[in-house]
Design a binder for this molecule. Structure first.
Ligand code: GLU
Length: 422
């Protein structure tokens, strides 16, 4: 077992302490159901062939088909894919979606591939994993460095292999190919609903609170945009190279315009007090809400003591290590965990899949209303469990999810069988 997975699995033990679940449930959830590894041999534009390592993990499918994105990143490995699939299992249960958890990845630096090479790689992924995925088996979606176009290539490849249009095999597709309105900003919007709903409990308010966002990808941008529109001051954002800080507040739309033109946030139009920071400095900036929305393992043992925000919203998957969690909890910092905070993305993926199955498409307002109707009560429930059991929010979210997963596993007969019942 890899280091990241071993750490992630500790959350399971921590949650199980607060619930009366059968030991068989925990044993089942300690391991992924199945993982497939493949090498994608891709024809490059110069005629040569190159091999790329690829994986897909179906972690648990008790509550429904496995669901989760495909990540393209040079550092992707089996340990990371398994961990992300584990997190998806709990995320889908927090949002009460009829899904288990899965994840996929390819070890590739997309910046070094041409568009045609990227298309061949994406189609090769589907060829390699066609038996593993499927509209009622395992449903991929975008993740880091994959997007609607990649999903469109993949859905097309799958449909050709199945010899029939199969839009429900993948979510996050372009609207013209059966994508859902409102999927593009769903992750950021979901986090925004959570914050606005718990705002008073968290001691935040639009007129007084300053927000720092690490990252400026899809989730980060839409979250910043929605918060800014409601009056929250966004005082810092970053990309993988550097960060910008402006105590008077940044305009996320202007920063995005600049990033689209130049590929980076640095140099975006700001006022005279603005300055450039490193990513590490950004995390330690004085603010009321810190939103890691980039990579995993950003808040770690070494910087947890220096975080000044009283509230952290995890829009990224796994940005806080267990060691940092302990320190932050001791310091009274509330961490709203990834499996709740960023569940908006997979929730609208679920809506997309439902619309594909029904062949009937909803207006964007309906998507947003339905997203809100999931995010708010689930956030409230996690908050209540935290208060009832006097535990941190992450453990509360895992308790909430584990209760649902355990009920599904136990409904197969575990308890009744051992009790000798019907
Ligand atoms: N990759 C996203 C996540 O980590 C979305 C997954 C999905 O829509 O299936 O939640």
């Amino acid at each position: 077992m890899g280091a990241l997975f071993t750490k992630a699995r500790k959350r399971l033990k921590a949650a199980a302490k607060h619930l009366d679940v059968h030991p068989d449930v925990i044993e089942k959830l300690r391991y992924p159901k199945e993982t497939l590894a493949a090498t994608l041999l891709v024809r490059m534009d110069d005629g040569s062939r190159r091999g790329f390592k690829a994986w897909r993990c179906r972690y648990d499918d008790t509550r429904g088909p496995t669901k989760g994105g495909i990540r393209y990143h040079p550092a992707v490995n089996l340990d990371e894919v398994m961990t992300l699939a584990f997190w998806m299992t709990f995320k889908c249960a927090v949002a009460n979606l009829p899904y288990g958890g899965g994840k996929g990845g390819v070890a590739v630096d997309v910046k070094q591939l041409s568009r045609t090479e990227l298309e061949r790689l994406s189609r090769a992924y589907v060829q390699a994993f066609a038996r593993f995925i499927g509209p009622d088996r395992d449903i991929p979606a975008p993740d880091m460095y994959t997007n609607g176009i990649v999903m469109a290539w993949m859905a097309d490849e799958y449909s050709m292999m199945a010899d029939q249009p199969s839009p429900g095999v993948i979510t996050g597709k372009p609207i013209a190919l059966g994508g859902s309105l409102g999927r593009d900003d769903a992750t950021g919007r979901g986090g925004y609903f959570v914050i606005r709903h718990l705002e008073k409990d968290l001691g935040l308010s639009p007129d007084k609170s300053r927000v720092v966002v690490q990252g400026f990808g899809n989730a980060a941008y839409h979250f910043a945009r929605l918060m800014h529109a409601d009056g929250y001051k966004i005082i810092g954002v970053s990309d993988s190279r550097s960060a910008i800080y402006d105590p008077d507040g940044l305009d996320p739309l202007a920063v995005m315009e600049h990033k689209n033109k130049t590929g980076r946030v640095a140099g975006a139009p700001t006022n005279r007090k603005a300055k450039e920071l490193s990513n590490a400095e950004l995390l330690e900036t004085e603010c009321n809400l810190l939103v890691p929305a980039a990579m995993e393992s950003q808040l770690v043992q070494d910087n947890a003591d220096k975080i000044k925000a009283p509230v952290v919203l995890e829009l990224a998957n796994g940005p806080t290590t267990p060691a940092a969690d302990t320190i932050l909890a001791k310091r009274g910092i509330t961490v709203i965990p990834d499996i709740l905070a960023n569940a908006g993305g997979v929730t609208v993926s679920y809506f997309e899949w439902v619309q594909n199955k029904a062949g009937y498409y909803w207006p964007v307002q309906e998507v947003q209303t339905k997203l809100r109707a999931i995010m708010e009560p689930e956030a409230r429930r996690v908050w209540d469990i935290k208060l009832e059991k006097n535990i941190d929010m992450r453990t509360a979210a895992y308790v909430h999810a584990l209760h649902r997963i355990a009920s599904a596993i136990e409904a197969h007969g575990t308890k009744a069988f051992f009790a000798g019942g019907a």
